[in-house]
Design a protein around this ligand. Structure first.
Ligand SMILES: Cc1cc2nc3c(=O)[nH]c(=O)nc-3n(C[C@H](O)[C@H](O)[C@H](O)COP(=O)(O)O)c2cc1C
Length: 377
């Protein structure tokens, strides 16, 4: 036990001499290092959204692998917020038991890992029918035509997010992260392209985020993070100046941290490439870094950079400006990458950003590095 502690905390740190693997804090949380596993849909729940043994195994490996903070894949806050069949649910009290098991097994592996539940509503980006959105704007990529939400729909969705956060707290998660990126419902609300409402939720497009935050605060102390688009990459969509304005509102409200991303499904239609999960050989590492820097300059809450970060060198250079760096695909490829980096065995992920992982989850197959599967077979 003592050996394990020294090995993990002393030998590895002194060996790597890196900023990435030094402790950090947000207002209410202590992280053992500055590396975050960015939310990554697992496509591993039952069709009713319950936790399965393979989902638990995935997270135990991530915890073993040394990452400081783990954000779950998006979990639906209501039935109509499901994006796909095997998405994990946090929409009913019955989901709490499985989620508690997930948290306790992960904490048994590493009680210091910060475990965050990402809570989401699909909005018009559902593959299951009956899409709702702030305005009835057709998605030019999927062809989906959502129904415009009524005032009652909005109130109900706000309650669903609040109730989901309370369930996350009951299950033992350390924090929740609102998913306001990538064109899902909350991202649709903050975007001028998808939110053309004339009511108060259109006049202040961030109002829904502030209402959810306040509603959670009235009932719980659970820290609330956000993953937010800084740019939609769609003509008439959210742009960085407006994202900075919204980030300041969230900062004033008391959000715990902000992860800065970009793109929607529809962005593919306009740009002809996947903007969210780009090919790093083309875009370069840390392809959203300038957005993260802009937001960092404007807010006091910690900022998490995400998007194509693969190497220790780039992660370290980002940490001169932002507080945390986040990875998704490199940790699908190898959940033990952080430990290997700490030990000095590896200084860069060998993920090729082929996105076979993404294609698989859209076909309801379980999350994995399918490139690695091919290489190994
Ligand atoms: C298979 C897969 C599933 C993803 N699922 C989510 C998700 O549930 N929630 C989310 O916010 N982002 C999700 N993302 C986006 C990633 O979190 C991340 O923002 C993006 O892939 C860029 O980071 P990376 O270059 O480290 O992969 C997903 C990405 C992939 C590849």
């Amino acid at each position: 036990m003592l050996y394990e502690f020294l090995w993990k905390n002393t030998y590895l740190y002194s060996h790597s001499k890196s900023m990435l693997f030094t402790p950090a804090e947000t207002e209410n949380l202590k992280m053992k290092n500055r590396l975050v596993r960015s939310a990554t849909a697992e496509s591993m729940a039952t069709k009713e959204g319950f936790v399965t043994p393979e989902l638990i195994e995935l997270y135990k490996k991530l915890a073993e692998g040394g990452v400081g903070t783990i954000v779950t894949g998006y979990m639906y806050v209501s039935e109509d917020g499901r994006s796909s069949y095997k998405m994990t649910g946090i929409s009913r009290d019955e989901h709490i038991e499985g989620l508690s098991r997930l948290v306790s097994e992960v904490k048994d592996v590493d009680r210091d890992v910060v475990f965050v539940a990402q809570i989401a509503h699909a909005g018009r980006q559902t593959l299951l029918g009956n899409a709702i959105a702030p305005s009835a704007v057709k998605d030019l990529f999927t062809g989906i035509e959502p129904k415009e939400m009524t005032g009652d729909d909005i109130e109900r969705v706000i309650d669903d997010f609040i109730n989901a956060a309370i369930r996350a707290e009951k299950a033992g998660f350390d924090a929740v992260q609102l998913h306001a990126a990538h064109g899902y419902l909350l991202s649709e609300f903050i975007s001028p392209y998808t939110n053309r409402r004339k009511d108060e939720y259109g006049q202040e497009r961030a109002k829904i985020l502030l209402d959810i935050f306040e509603g959670i605060r009235e009932r719980s102390k659970i820290p609330v993070m956000i993953k937010m688009n800084a740019c939609d990459f769609i003509p008439g969509g959210l742009e960085i100046d407006e994202a900075v304005r919204i980030a300041k509102l969230l900062d004033d409200a008391g959000f715990e941290a902000i992860e800065v991303s970009g793109g929607m499904y529809e962005s593919i239609y306009h740009n002809r490439y996947n903007v969210v999960s780009q090919k790093v050989s083309k875009s370069g590492e840390a392809y959203f870094k300038e957005y993260a820097f802009r937001i960092k300059d404007a807010v006091s809450m910690p900022v998490i950079a995400v998007g194509g970060i693969k190497s220790l060198e780039v992660a370290e250079s980002l940490l001169e400006k932002v507080d945390f760096v986040s990875m998704s695909r490199p940790l699908i490829r190898d959940p033990y990458l952080p430990l290997k980096m700490m030990k000095g065995e590896v200084d860069k992920s060998d993920c090729k950003s082929c996105n076979l992982c993404l294609a698989a989850i859209f076909e309801n197959k379980p999350l994995d590095c399918y490139a690695k599967r091919k290489e190994d077979s």
